[in-house]
Design a protein. Structure first.
Length: 163
């Protein structure tokens, strides 16, 4: 892999065992290897702000025994959201590739899909930076950043799942 790519190994706890997930984050492509896709992992998640949907911070505060335990909970929710989004992205990109193929590559849907995703990721990162930087250090700005990433990632998954 080149220096722009990161390879992460995530171990997600599941009742009665664990699932091993190897995720390679390339510039615009996420490759998921060895994933056991469970119904709760592949089902679309409602975005925060919808009626009856709890914020990631509220969810984790219910589970956390202390402020220190909050970040690991948020990190797990973010990993789960990124995995679900990568599954949806793969499906969307496959549809785009098929459209490109049947139009003799005149439509350039794969390139447009990847560009859209890159722009969305830049927006997500900038917006979450903005939200976190609006808080003073030591007041949970890191938790706000993670919660923002989760919320926007879940929203993007829902948006792409609609297509």
């Amino acid at each position: 892999m080149d220096s722009g790519n990161r390879l992460h190994h995530f171990r997600l706890g599941v009742k009665g065992g664990e699932i091993n997930v190897l995720v390679a984050f390339a510039s615009t492509l996420v490759i998921v290897l060895g994933v056991v896709v469970l119904p709760w992992l592949s089902a679309p998640v409602a975005a925060q702000g919808e009626p009856g949907v709890e914020s990631p911070l509220a969810t984790c505060w219910k589970q956390a025994s202390s402020r220190v335990a909050l970040a690991p909970c948020l990190e797990k929710l973010l990993v789960d959201a990124k995995i679900r989004l990568s599954i949806v992205r793969a499906r969307i990109e496959a549809k785009a590739a098929e459209l490109d193929r049947v139009t003799s590559y005149r439509t350039k849907n794969v390139a447009r899909t990847r560009a859209s995703d890159a722009h969305w990721q830049a927006y997500r990162d900038a917006e979450c930076d903005r939200q976190a930087e609006a808080m003073s250090p030591g007041t949970g700005s890191g938790d706000v950043y993670l919660a923002c990433q989760i919320t926007l990632t879940n929203g993007r998954e829902k948006q792409l799942s609609a297509h």
